[in-house]
Design a binder for this molecule. Sequence first.
Ligand SMILES: C[S@@+](CC[C@H](N)C(=O)[O-])C[C@H]1O[C@@H](n2cnc3c(N)ncnc32)[C@H](O)[C@@H]1O
Length: 280
Amino acid sequence: MTDQPKYDGGLVAYGIDTASPSVARVYDYFLGGKDNYEADRELYRQIMKVAPEAPEWARANRRWLKEVITWLAEERGVRRFIDAGSGLPTAENTHQIAQGVNVESLVVYVDNDPSVVAHGRALLLDNDRTQFVAADLTKPDEVLAEQPIADLLSAGEPVALVMALMLHHIADYDETLAVARQYVEALPPGSFLAITHACNPGDGGAVDELVTELQEKVKHAFPTLAFRSVEQISSLFGEMEILEPGVVRLVDWHVPGGRLDEEPEPDVRDAIYGGVAEKR
Ligand SMILES: C[S@@+](CC[C@H](N)C(=O)[O-])C[C@H]1O[C@@H](n2cnc3c(N)ncnc32)[C@H](O)[C@@H]1O
């Protein structure tokens, strides 16, 4: 990958639709980003009315990402990463975290939002161990055939596939399961899959009520957004071994072998769950 020119293939996405909110731009706005338009900010305001803790969900998710990538690179020696549904570049991106541990780390980003692709490619121009693929992740056959992805997987070395806050953008559960399974099958033995996902515990409690109202509020803008049960999220790992502490609220997640200092309290971040699994 390192002696190759920057990849500019994949889905050709001309033009950025500024009239409709984009998942990537609204999420980036929650993180304090600047690449947004009035349509994104209007949806942000609507979400904040229902879930004023939403920016904390985004921050907790980025903290989790940093912890997971650092652990995989430092403790498990992973040097190959695919960040699928990467979002707009923010303060600490996957390649910066992974290469901060090992400069040799190779990272391929994938996203289908034209703003993300443009900003991502610009950021990576002078980093010769990264590539950006513009592709629709719901089409694993096409994604896996993209040269940077095929190259990364073909060495047979363990790869960490990160799908953070991405799989819940596929509305149909069976389709989500089938998509995840195809990526899991393509991973070499010793690989890892790390997922965060919007969760509805489905117990009629406070979080259930909150996410039901939230989903109603955003359904015109993001009609495919699906909050799923912990069981459904866990099933996305297929036959892989889910590592401790399992698929849990992000606030409860800790690196395998680590431990929480205290009993977890109910927390506003209850609606986002995450887990990491290993392919033996
Ligand atoms: C909420 S952002 C999450 C960004 C980042 N992974 C994180 O967790 O901080 C979701 C990202 O997934 C991307 N995405 C959603 N569906 C996608 C698809 N079918 N193919 C490629 N990217 C997709 C969006 O464009 C967006 O950038």
